[in-house]
Ligand binder design. Structure first.
Ligand code: CP
Length: 315
């Protein structure tokens, strides 16, 4: 098993073997989460800082719980109540956290490249929890983990990503991970949000939703990112739902074993009919559960842990 990186900054720079190493390690941590005692001492004595300069529910809480399960001390840093509001720079903020012995800094920031920048100016391990519209690597890892758990493989699967691709860091990280692991990726949404340049990465692009979902093994629905769009990229939400939303008529034409995924937060009734988000083919909450195991694996590996340790090797 291969893992020799001090940071997790993106999926683009990872090899397929490194991605598999994280998934295999996460499988061991998922088993730990099913025990009566769910904690292991892997990060005992280490300090993990959750530096979230953008809102988050799933990512922030699961990183916090992952660090607690690994026996680390955890600091949650909220930008609104910090000296960032008084104009302190990100670099000075991170260096002050390091002066307080932060060993790992998990950062979510609206600026593309913020985690990469921090990895150059501090000695702490850096984890990207989402940087602008660039990447969200742990989301892609938990998504591929969830697909592999259900389908037993990634290679050869037809995965459709539907929605706002242009502004989506989830889409970019998923595209990298899925293509590296041998899946066939189809992108679909309004042409303003799904530029054909993605074909150069090896994706199929279509603006016909029926064509996009026919034959898909996995449909990953993305939220419309109003906060990142500089202007409205389609006439109305109602028109988006009519043209691209996953409704019952469209769902009826999907494969009987299709997986319905969504990174959250869901706009119920917009990208997906509300009851379909909760139907038997939906693995949306499983994605959240798997995010904990993935984030435990990432924190453990960047701190020098052995990839996919034998059961019991985590104690
Ligand atoms: N999927 C995801 O990143 O959700 P949060 O924004 O709630 O962390």
């Amino acid at each position: 098993m291969i893992w020799n990186r001090p940071h997790l900054l993106d999926i683009e720079s990872l090899s397929p073997e490194e991605i598999i190493a994280v998934l295999d390690t996460a499988r061991q941590f998922k088993a730990v989460g099913e025990r009566a005692i769910k904690k292991v001492p892997a990060l005992r004595g280490k300090t993990v800082v959750n530096l979230f300069v953008e809102p988050s529910t799933r990512t922030r809480i699961s990183f916090e719980l992952a660090a607690i399960r690994l026996s680390a001390d955890v600091i949650n840093f909220g930008a609104e109540a910090s000296s960032l509001k008084k104009g302190e720079t990100l670099k000075d903020t991170a260096r002050n956290l390091e002066a307080l012995n932060a060993d790992i800094i998990i950062i979510r920031h609206s600026a593309t490249g913020a985690p990469h920048f921090l990895s150059r100016v501090v000695n702490a391990h850096i984890v990207n929890a989402g940087d602008g519209a660039h990447e969200h690597p742990t989301q892609a890892l938990l998504d591929t983990f969830t697909i592999r758990e259900h389908k037993g493989k990634i290679a050869g699967l037809n995965v459709t990503i539907l929605g706002d691709i242009l502004y989506s860091r989830v889409a970019r990280s998923n595209i990298w991970a899925l293509l590296k692991l041998g899946a066939k990726v189809t992108l679909c949404g309004p042409s303003t949000l799904v530029p054909r340049v993605f074909e150069q990465m090896g994706c199929r692009v279509t603006y016909n939703v029926e064509e996009a979902i026919a034959g898909a093994d996995v449909i990953n629905l993305l939220r419309i990112q109003h906060e990142r769009q500089r202007k409205t990229m389609f006439p109305s939400i109602g028109e988006y739902t009519a043209l691209f939303g996953l409704n019952h008529a469209r769902f009826a034409k999907t494969k009987p074993d299709v997986l319905i995924m969504h990174p959250g937060p869901i706009n119920r009734g917009v990208e997906i009919a509300s009851d379909l988000a909760d139907c038997g083919r939906s693995v949306i909450l499983e994605q959240v559960t798997n995010g904990l195991a993935i984030r435990m694996a990432v924190l453990y590996l960047i701190n020098g842990g052995t990839a996919a340790p034998e059961p019991g090797g985590l104690n």
